[in-house]
Design a protein around this ligand. Structure first.
Ligand code: ADP
Ligand code: MG
Length: 145
């Protein structure tokens, strides 16, 4: 999946992640943003907030600190959606392909256990950039239907 081009941001929210409480914080802020701006079904809202929890928890767990930037975007064709960036300057992911692989059930131990792979499956567009010692940036996009 590739990230989209030619979009205009309509609303933005940025939350810095410093403690575990910020995972809840970011969820609440994005929930409000989705309700106020997008015609998402309850299922779509749940998909979005589940991915937000998983990817924000990864920032907290692996990088310690970072930030989440959520934007309501609109394409030049009028399609509306949410783009969420998960950014940290932590250790980076050495092998993205391996990190995205399905895991044995016994290894699901955080959040809802969906992890990177599950979060990707919940997105319409998903992109990871990661560099060892430099950090990780994930872009997660979902469009209105
Ligand atoms: N932001 C991040 N920074 C560094 N490593 C990460 C980050 N997010 C994920 N990882 C790595 O990718 C692996 C898979 O992540 P994930 O699917 O969320 O599973 P889990 O967090 O349960 O191990 C993690 O075990 C970790 O090694
Ligand atoms: Mg995880």
């Amino acid at each position: 999946m590739t990230t989209t081009s030619a979009t205009t941001p309509i609303a933005n929210v940025e939350v810095s992640i410093k403690s575990e409480i910020d995972i809840i914080n970011v969820r609440l802020k994005i929930r409000k943003m989705v309700i106020e701006n997008l015609n998402f079904s309850p299922l779509y809202r749940m998909h979005t907030l589940t991915a937000v929890s998983e990817l924000t928890r990864n920032i907290y767990k692996y990088a310690g600190i970072g930030k989440v930037i959520a934007s309501i975007i609109k394409t030049n064709t009028g399609k509306k959606g949410i783009k969420i960036q998960f950014i940290d300057n932590g250790p980076g992911i050495p092998n993205i392909e391996k990190a995205m692989q399905p895991k044995p059930v016994t290894q699901y131990h955080t959040g809802m256990g969906l992890g990177l792979r599950g979060s990707k499956n919940l997105a319409d567009e998903f992109d990871i950039k990661s560099k060892i010692g430099d950090g990780t940036t994930i872009i997660w996009i979902k469009w209105e239907r």
